[in-house]
Design a protein around this ligand. Structure first.
Ligand code: ZN
Length: 155
């Protein structure tokens, strides 16, 4: 089972889906995870209440980039409400360590093992938080929260 999951993650990392620029996005946001050096930009075209196009760019570890690829594949063609439900389901999966089992989450469920590694949860969550930020007004940059014990002494 874990080997299958690893295969799915590597496949998305090596052949990312929807990794392209969007010419005139309705909204976009930049996200970064300084702990790992991951960066993701998410741009979406919203037509009515439906996300008709989504693209991402970025760099970073395999978990962050595979998760971004999976996120775009899930979101494309869905309503904004469904996309938000997906963000919630993903966060829930990262918190509880159990597969979301949401319709359309087949590949995404492969990231469930990440829940065991808090530092990697930030990698996996980055694209989803960035999507959420893009869908919220403004699309201000998002940085995955750094908890107190991970900060160095300059704070
Ligand atoms: Zn990472």
């Amino acid at each position: 089972m874990e080997d299958l999951y690893r295969e799915i993650i590597l496949d998305h990392y090596r052949q990312p889906r929807n990794r392209h620029a969007i010419e005139s996005p309705s909204c976009s946001a930049d996200g970064s995870n300084p702990l790992c050096g991951d960066q993701v930009t998410v741009a979406v075209v919203v037509d009515g209440d439906r996300i008709t196009e989504i693209g991402f760019s970025g760099q970073g570890c395999s978990i962050s980039q595979a998760s971004a690829s999976m996120m775009t594949e899930y979101v494309r063609g869905r309503t904004v409400a469904e996309a938000r439900a997906g963000v919630d389901a993903f966060q829930q999966m990262m918190t509880t360590g159990t597969v979301a089992g949401l319709e359309g989450f087949d590949d995404i469920d492969a990231l469930v093992g990440v829940a065991k590694f808090p530092a990697r949860v930030k990698c996996a969550s980055l694209a989803w938080k960035t999507l959420e930020q893009a869908l919220n007004e403004g699309g201000a940059p998002v940085t995955t929260p750094v908890t107190t014990d991970e900060r160095n002494s300059n704070g």
